[in-house]
Design a protein around this ligand. Structure first.
Ligand code: SF4
Ligand code: SF4
Length: 75
């Protein structure tokens, strides 16, 4: 999976970092733009994408962490 942030839309408001269950483990705001890292800790909950006021975040489940994806589907 991966998380894409549209830098043209992101205002650096920090809502993604504040609302993500993993917060600062995953999210950093650099030069006024959000960046997601340490994605092995991501729950794939998509809260960040749904809370971003600019619609700048896309959580893409491309099967890269297949096991985790399976767990989510079983829930
Ligand atoms: S919530 Fe959206 S606009 Fe705000 S910092 Fe995160 S990606 Fe950028
Ligand atoms: S999908 Fe959930 S755990 Fe992953 S970065 Fe977004 S809010 Fe955080």
């Amino acid at each position: 999976m991966r998380i894409e942030v549209d830098k043209n839309k992101c205002t650096g408001c920090g809502t993604c970092k504040e609302t993500c269950p993993k917060g600062p483990v995953i999210w950093t705001i650099k030069n006024g733009k959000a960046e997601a890292g340490n994605l092995q800790f991501c729950h794939l909950c998509t809260i960040c994408a749904s809370k971003c006021p600019e619609g700048a975040i896309h959580v893409i489940r491309d099967g890269h962490y297949g096991e985790k994806e399976k767990v989510i589907q079983e829930d």
